[in-house]
Design a protein around this ligand. Structure first.
Ligand code: PLP
Ligand code: COI
Length: 338
C-alpha cells in the first residue's frame, strides 16, 4: 500500500503500519509467525503482563542504503538480548528462528514503509513479548505472545546532531544493582518516569547513577553513556544497565581506530576529566552531551555546544555502515532482497 508520508518530517513517533506480526506460545510450542492488520489484542484482564509486569521488548532498525538495498542491523543481537530479558522475567524465550521470521515478515509486508535513502528516516521494529496466562496468584504464566510492530521513524532528536543536557537525580533509581536493569523490560521504563519526566519539565534528560552508592554513572535516560578521555573510550560497567548493541558496535569501531576501550565504574566527578561525552542507543545512535548538571552538589560539567571530533567520527563511521556507504567488514547488516 503506497502511503503519503513526508519522510523527512518524521520524528521518533509511531506511524501505523499496515501489518504487524504475531506468534503465540501455547502448550509448549510457538506458532508460525503470521502477519495481521489487527493491532488489538484479545487479552484476558488477568494476564500476567497486566497483573505482574511480564513484558519485555526490543528495538532495531532497517535502513535503505545508498545503493537502494535494505539492511537490517544486527537483529540476531536483539534476538539474543530478548531471550535474556525473557529469562529474567521467567518468560519463554523467543527462539532466534521465530524472532528472525517475524522481523523479515514484518519488513516484507510493510516494504513501502522503509523510508527512502537520504531522508534520515529508517524502519524501526518494536518486538514485544507478553505473558498472556490469566493469573491472580502471584507467579509467572505459561502462555506468551510475541509481536513485531514496525514503524517508520525519523531521528530521535530532530535537527542535525543534537546535543543533550543531563541532570543528575539521586531521589529516583532506575534499577537495582541485582534487579532487572540489564533486561529490556517495560517495568524499568515505568519506574524511571518519575525521574525522566521531572528532568523533562526542566528541559533536560535524566542521568541515572548506580542505585547502591549514587556515585557511578549508570545510564543516560534510556541510553548508555560514553566518555572520551585522551585516547580512551570509557563506558560504565554495571549490572543495572542495558548491554547496548550500539555501544558494542561503537566500541569495536573505536578499537579499530587505535583507541583504548575501557568498561569500568565511572565516578560522576570524572566527567570533568573527559573531553567528550555522549548517550548512545539504536534510536539516536550517538547524542553528544553538552553539559551535565548536578544541582544537589552545585556542580556543572561542561562539554561544549558542538559534538567533539572523536564521537563525531564514530557516529559517521557507524551510520556509513548502516546506510551502505562503507564496507560492512563485521557483517553487521543483513541485506534483504526487495
Ligand atoms: N539503555 C537503555 C535503557 C535502552 O532502552 C537502550 C535502547 O535500546 C539502550 C541503552 C541502547 O541499547 P541499543 O544500542 O541496543 O539500542
Ligand atoms: C533506543 O533505541 O536507543 C532507546 O533508547 C529505546 C527507547 C526508544 C525505548
Amino acid at each position: 500500500m503506497k502511503r503519503d508520508i513526508d519522510w523527512s518530517k518524521l520524528g521518533f513517533h509511531y506511524t501505523e503500519p499496515e501489518y504487524i506480526v504475531r506468534s503465540a506460545y501455547h502448550e509448549g510450542a510457538w506458532e508460525e509467525p503470521y502477519a495481521t492488520k489487527d493491532k488489538y489484542l484479545h487479552l484476558h484482564v488477568s494476564a500476567t503482563c497486566l497483573q505482574y509486569g511480564q513484558e519485555a521488548f526490543e528495538g532495531l532498525k532497517a535502513f535503505r542504503g545508498v545503493d537502494g538495498k535494505i539492511r537490517i542491523f544486527r537483529w540476531k543481537e536483539n534476538a539474543k538480548r530478548m531471550a535474556k530479558s525473557a529469562e529474567g522475567l521467567f518468560m519463554e524465550p523467543v527462539p532466534e528462528e521465530i524472532f528472525g521470521k517475524a522481523i523479515h515478515l514484518a519488513l516484507e509486508k510493510n516494504i513501502d514503509l522503509v523510508p527512502p535513502y537520504g531522508t534520515g528516516a529508517t524502519l524501526y521494529f518494536r518486538p514485544l513479548l507478553i505473558g498472556t496466562t490469566p493469573r491472580l496468584g502471584v507467579g509467572p504464566g505459561r502462555d506468551f505472545e510475541f509481536i513485531v510492530i514496525p514503524s517508520p521513524i525519523g531521528p530521535y532528536y530532530p535537527g542535525k546532531f543534537h546535543c543533550t543536557t543531563f541532570i543528575v537525580n539521586r531521589h529516583v533509581d532506575r534499577a537495582a544493582p541485582l534487579g532487572t536493569g540489564q533486561f529490556k523490560v517495560g517495568g524499568n521504563y515505568a519506574s524511571s518516569f518519575r525521574a525522566t519526566e521531572a528532568a523533562h519539565a526542566l528541559g533536560y534528560d535524566c542521568l541515572f547513577l548506580d542505585a547502591k552508592h549514587h556515585r557511578y554513572i549508570d545510564e543516560c535516560s534510556a541510553a548508555n553513556f560514553i566518555g572520551i578521555k585522551g585516547n580512551e573510550y570509557l563506558t560504565p560497567r554495571s549490572s543495572a544497565i542495558l548491554p547496548s548493541i550500539t555501544n558494542d558496535s561503537l566500541m569495536t569501531l573505536a578499537k579499530e581506530r587505535g583507541m583504548k576501550v575501557t568498561r569500568r565504574h565511572i565516578r560522576l566527578e570524572e566527567l570533568s576529566e573527559m573531553s567528550e561525552g555522549a548517550a548512545c542507543g539504536t534510536a539516536c545512535v550517538i547524542s553528544p552531551i553538552d553539559k551535565v548538571l548536578d544541582p544537589e552538589k552545585g556542580k556543572t560539567y561542561l562539554f561544549g555546544n558542538e559534538p567533539g571530533p572523536v564521537l563525531s567520527e564514530l557516529y559517521h563511521a557507524l551510520r556509513d555502515i548502516q546506510f551502505g556507504r562503507a564496507e560492512d567488514t563485521h557483517h553487521w547488516c543483513e541485506i534483504v532482497e526487495n
